[in-house]
Design a protein. Sequence first.
Length: 296
Amino acid sequence: MEQEIDLFIRFLATERGLSDNYQLSTRRSLTEFAGWCSSTRQIASARGVTQPVVSDYLSACKQRGLSASSIKLIVVALKIFFRFLREKGVVKRNPTETFNLPRIERYLPETLNELEVESLIESIDTKRPLGLRDRAIVELLYASGLRISELAAARLESMNFDEGILRVTGKGNKMRLVPVGRKACAALGVYISNERPTLVKRRSGSEIFLSSRGSKLTTARIWQIVKARARGSGLEANVYPHLLRHSFATHLLSNGADLRIIQEMLGHADISTTQVYTHVDQQRLKATHRKFHPRA
């Protein structure tokens, strides 16, 4: 089954253009399934997999304590894998075609309110080393709703200061243009003009954000920077980069932005992913009503 998995992953990469992370996640799910089939059922090829085998595997995953969301990812990987093999004639029947995706309880994303975001940004001392860089990072995460990987990969040539637009490459290597507000533009401009040149080393690339060694900031390092700056601000909330993305979308919606436009700015392929922010906004409205209405 390993060769069949390799063939499928090459298809995802070359014909579907899906991201490296998606390929790795899918390969991991399929490899674990193949290992289970070999060790418990002595099945070495996808042709030997039947519907009861898949059902037993999913039951075993549930018994191991995997969450519904994790099992859903496994089911999706198996479904598209066997659909691919069926279309290629490798298997005669798709053993997963009758399986439904497990229902997942949807949790509303956490957000900061506008005052908390302001407090976080203003608490960063730009006169201290790397203060200009770190403020620009937080400003851009909130101003444009970037994923942490998109921010890490952002390059100088992708930023148009005249238009206030940043070109980013998101999931599935899909390129999109995102607006950058005037305050974030100003913070970026000051950092790029005054602090970034001091970080550049002989082997530095054109990424906007550099480490003290002149290398591209990793997503893990950006996470650490945001967490450290949040601790310095005194905020009690658990602040992390994706929280700023959630806050970006929620604040846009609460101030009247169209959901389709927010979807485009976030780079969501499906509007249903963006719709979760309407529930967040409804919760905010209800809380405000309960707090301030005399007969609430």
